[in-house]
Every structure is written in C-alpha cells, then in structure tokens.
Design a protein around this ligand. Structure first.
Ligand code: FE
Length: 337
C-alpha cells in the first residue's frame, strides 16, 4: 500500500517532466537500499545528469514499463535478481548496449549474451548455523537434504526470487530429477514453514527456532557492520559456510540493470550504467550495502572481507534464467511453501 502510494506520487512528478530532457535520467529500480542514494547523488555530481527515480516492486515496475509501451519515460531498469531482469529482456523492454567499457569491466558470465543487461554487484547465497547446536554443519547445498538435519532448516518461500534462483542453479548443475529429490528432502527438514526475509532466517538462529539458515551474505555482513535488532547482539553464535567449495562453488545472485527499449535519454542511460561499473560506484555497493563488487580490482568493505575468500559458482546467469520455470515447478511439487 505504501509502496503503491509513493509510486503514484513519484509517477505524477515524473510524467509532469518531459521524458526527454538534456541532463536527465529516468530510473526504475527495485533495489531497496537507502544507501543507493549516494550512488545517484555522486553520479549527478560527476555528470550533471539528474536522476529521477521510481522505486518499487520489480514485477510492478515491469508491468508499468509494459503498459507505458513506446511512451515510457524509463531510461534504465535496475533490479536485484536474474529472474526479473531476464523477464524484462524477454518481454522486449530492454535494448542492447554496445559499450567497450562495460564489456571490459563486467565479467562475461555476469552480463547478458545480447548485452541487454549487466550485473553491477554480487551476493553469495550461503549457509549459516548455530555454532552451539550444530556440530557438523552442511558443507554443500546438497547436504541440506540429509536426514540428520531434520527439523533444523529455515529458508525462504518458493515465491522468493532468491529461492527460485538457487534452485534453478541446482537444476543447471544436477538436473531436474536430482533437484526435485533434493527439494522434497529439504522440505522434510524444515524447522518451520518458510516465512520472512533473509534477516528473519538469521534471526531464527538467534531465537533458537532455526539451527541452519540460508541467507544472502550482505544481510549477515550488515549485522556485523551495524546494529540489526535480534541479530547483531548475538551474532557470535552464528557460524557460516560457503557451500560447495570443492566442486561447483557458492551460489551468487546479482543486482543488475539495462537500458530500456524506448529510453528517451539513451546516452545518459549508457553513461549511468558505465558509472555503476566505476571504482567509486563499485565501492558503494560494497561499503554501503555489503555486497561484492563485480569489477575485478574493486575494494571490499571490511564487513564483507570478514566473511573470507570463497570460490563462487561461475555458471553463466543465463543458464540459471533458463531453468527458472523448472525450478518453480520443482518447488511447487515438493510442497515448498
Ligand atoms: Fe535482498
């Protein structure tokens, strides 16, 4: 309700301004982090381009872009997962960008084959556990299916894109049949029905409701860096495992963006994407929101460094995207709420 109201208010502000205006950029973003403000102000300071921003749920923003069609004022669409950005591409809402800078800076597995979107930050989706209660934590995603973890696992719902992403990655690696079997066993090991966000999974360890939880790294790193209620005070009891370090690597999901199909301010849109790959912006993704930069030599925030080095699953994101519908079916069939 509040999101819709604020979107409406912003919509009025946006449509009142011309879609094209030299020195303007219209951004639709489903990133939900206050710290992103710094990204936009720094971009404006560096380029003189004003960022008009509409934030909201990714599905709503996609529906809105579709409804606006050729008259859409949007220049850049940003979101926080492969599923949505791929859907935007498939719906024809994005356009290819030829940028030598983006090609050079963004690793090949973290950009669309047709250059319609690029990842600008990464987060690993890893396992956390209660150090007091779990002597042998799971070392792989596959381990979550082991009978010894019955009644111990807290994990997000099947409607959550992070869940869909990782299951799609498992389908890509293990095949549909093995992943379906895995999903059924994991559901059998749930400590409770899936509920809440990533921080709630971590809080479940502190409250004693969960012994093992899955979360993106940045929620944990944030609780190391600053006070997160119900978590930071007892964070010492929480251990973590970067799974599958001997084979496929830890699953990563991304935040990414692309230029809208009918971008009225196309040059500014490309300039904005290139800015997001700059050392400064890459630093903000890490220092401001505890994410991993995608550009090779970009610095890591202390809170992120504290998690240690790990091997990530380097599977092309497009392979994950290709398996999302299979993942959704597997989750539904497994009774994963
Ligand atoms: Fe998140």
């Amino acid at each position: 309700m509040t999101i819709k109201t604020s979107m409406l208010a912003l919509a009025v502000a946006l449509t009142a301004a011309p879609a094209f205006a030299e020195g303007e950029l219209n951004l639709y973003s489903s990133r939900h982090y206050d710290t992103d403000d710094r990204l936009y102000t720094e971009f404006t300071e560096a380029t003189g381009i004003t960022v008009n921003r509409i934030e909201g749920n990714a599905d709503e923003l996609i529906a809105r872009m579709e409804a606006e069609g050729d008259n859409s004022p949007v220049d850049v669409f940003m979101t926080v997962d492969t599923v949505r950005i791929t859907r935007a591409k498939e719906m024809g809402l994005l356009q290819p960008v030829e940028s030598a800078l983006l090609e050079e800076k963004i690793p090949a597995n973290l950009q669309d084959d047709d250059n319609q979107w690029f990842a600008f930050s990464k987060r690993a989706r890893i396992l956390f556990y209660d150090k007091n209660d779990v002597e042998n934590p799971p070392m792989t995603y596959q381990d979550l299916a082991k009978p010894e973890y019955e009644g111990m696992i807290c994990i997000r719902s099947s409607s959550n894109v992070y869940t869909q992403n990782i299951v799609a990655a498992l389908v890509a690696h293990l095949g549909e049949e093995a992943t379906a079997e895995w999903a059924r066993a994991v559901v059998g090991n749930f400590a409770r029905d899936p509920q809440g966000g990533d921080t709630d999974q971590l809080r479940g360890i502190v409250s004693g409701e969960c012994d093992i939880a899955m979360s993106n790294t940045y929620y944990f790193a944030r609780a190391l860096r600053k006070d997160v209620s119900g978590l930071s005070d007892s964070i010492d009891m929480v251990g973590w495992v970067f799974p599958n370090q001997d084979d496929i690597g830890a699953h990563v999901n991304i935040s990414g963006g692309g230029v809208a199909a009918n971008a009225p301010n196309r040059d500014n849109a490309v300039a904005f994407l290139e800015y997001l790959a700059s050392a400064q912006a890459q630093d903000y993704f890490s220092a401001g929101n505890d994410e991993y930069p995608v550009v090779d030599d970009a610095p890591l925030a202390e809170s992120v460094k504290a998690l240690g080095d790990f091997t990530e699953d380097a599977i092309p994101l497009s392979d994950i995207a290709d398996n999302i519908s299979a993942a959704q079916k597997i989750l539904a069939d497994a009774g994963w709420k």
